[in-house]
Design a protein around this ligand. Sequence first.
Ligand code: ADP
Length: 469
Amino acid sequence: MNMRSISFRLVAWYAGLLAGIFMLLCVVLYLDLRHFLEKDLAESQGRRTRQIANTLLVHVKQTGEANVASQTKDWYEPEINDRFIRITRTDGTQVYVSGTPNDGSFDPAEVPVFPPAAETESYRKLKLSGGKTLLVAALNFKSSGNPAYLVEFGELLDPVETMLNRLFLQLAWGLPLAIFIIAGGGYLLVRRALTPVEQITRAAERITQHNLSERLPVSNSGDELERLSISLNRMITRLDDAFQNSKRFVADASHDLRTPLTILRGELENFAEDPRLDEEMRERAASLLEEVVHLGKIVEQLFTLSRLDAGEAQTEWTRFDLAELAKTTTEQLHLLAEDKGVSLSCNVSQPLPVKGNHVRLKQVIVNLLDNAIKYTPKKGAIQLRVLAVNGHAVLEVEDNGIGIPADALPHVFERFYRVDQARSADSESAGLGLSIVKAICTAHGAEVEAQSTVGCGSCFRVRLPLSRN
Ligand code: ADP
């Protein structure tokens, strides 16, 4: 589970917040209920003390204390009902005290004498030796013409405690269960709500510069995600327009530059060979001619790239033998390698049928061999190998030339990237050869990669699917 995902964080917050609120509610409920039940018990005991005072003690002069004692015992049956009743005179002597309850839950003798209190009615909680708690209400009875008495009426808090303990237990397992169910449900809901985000992410990952016409799915739900998809789609449309404009610009510019450059080149060739001009002028014309040739090459490469961007390599596909193409291309570049003083060999073991644009795939081999020849010093060796590996034709161009530094290697397929301008300065390079290779490979569903060590040499590898029929 991804703990940094929105769904996890939302649910964690939501469950944490709910747990906090529930716990607070439970604590308040528990304490409030305890207070209410104790108060209710105390009030009902208070009522009973008043009952004894107002119905029995007010007539004590006429009926006698013995009658009060026997009536109290008859009315409340304290031993049967587990109650404590005590009527005490002001000198501390007792008129009546209830006996030990039938279940022996407490001993009335243990209940200390109520300390003298100013208020008429009061109550207190007593912890008894057996761990039980007795709630006792007390009434100071004073009436003109009668002696004063203290009436005490008590009951055990056990039933209240039992009920509260039960509630506590129910909350203790019920609360985590409720939070677990709420969090689980919340997680499912959030996952469902975020499903369109997954779809948008997957679609966005598929969109590259080659398929900018594709769009993200729009859910029609009227929510924020629908608005997000629509906004992103508009952004992709703007990017697509900008990209198409820039491609059109390169295509138009390179196309329009070709004709004037050809004319310029022809004129300069004439000047460079014109016997009517003096030596210096002819040399100048020859030097300008070199620059124009270089410029022409760059324009040609740009033109090729713009045609590849427009999908040219995906047309005119035929089935042909890549091994044969490698052999003939190597033979054609033999002279160039010889001039440079490097050896060039081609190893092919078997015919390797592939499908693609023959002209463009030949250009891949030419560009790779051309680079190898360019960047391998005299007496160096270049090997072209073509072999079948796991249903793919693998074409390798390996040289023992100057190599490419590790920090430059990831960039060599970028447009206009040159490793070190100083080492390419003499040559007519513009940093477009390998980007053409990359564009052709991409159009053929092929992969191209480079390995290199400075001073030891480089190896460029192209993996192209073999054609079965
Ligand atoms: P360029 O036309 O400048 O050669 P490329 O795109 O073909 O442009 O190559 C990009 C850079 O990669 C070059 O500047 C060169 O330094 C380096 N490079 C390409 N192939 C090789 C090779 N076989 N050996 C050493 N460096 C190479």
